[in-house]
Design a protein around this ligand. Sequence first.
Ligand code: GDP
Ligand code: MG
Length: 178
Amino acid sequence: NSAVFDAKNLRVKLVLLGDSGVGKSCIVLRFVRGQFDPTSKVTVGASFLSQTIALQDSTTVKFEIWDTAGQERYAALAPLYYRGAAASVIVYDITSIESFHKAQYWVKELQKHGNPGIVMALVGNKADLQENRTVSAGDASEYADKNGMFFIETSAKTADNINQLFEASTLNGLTELL
Ligand code: GDP
Ligand code: MG
């Protein structure tokens, strides 16, 4: 008798939202290709990439990642990308308080118009720029808790916490959702 392994293969539509320049595209590039390109181009409209990870219990998770532009003039397009998304990663830059406020706008938008039960992660990127920090991890963490979000600080530049972001956002709720 051959053993039957009950491996699950999950597919997750994930959308990245946040102000232009906070590092969304760099986070995706780091996660998917393991690279950081300091001369990366501004995203026009949105771009799509996918990446599959294996969890400890042999479940695989294929992320279908929609990386949005973030500029005001594309804001009306955002629902096209977050509609039907099981997970969202809302990014701000720890050196920009404006970008943290913009992240809160996206949280409210998803609470109003996103998938009920959408998993939301709040991400403070550019954690390598500690000396220019204007958003405290404590404030962001408290805000995330209040809104039932997973919170993590990352650096696409140094790769710090990038894999953890995707793994943890999966484990924190997604597996139940699917
Ligand atoms: P997006 O508009 O949110 O997609 O932002 P990008 O990914 O295009 O990044 C905007 C700028 O921030 C680029 O100049 C990146 O090189 C820079 N950047 C992105 N992530 C990091 C990071 O973790 N640390 C630092 N120091 N710079 C970053
Ligand atoms: Mg971009």
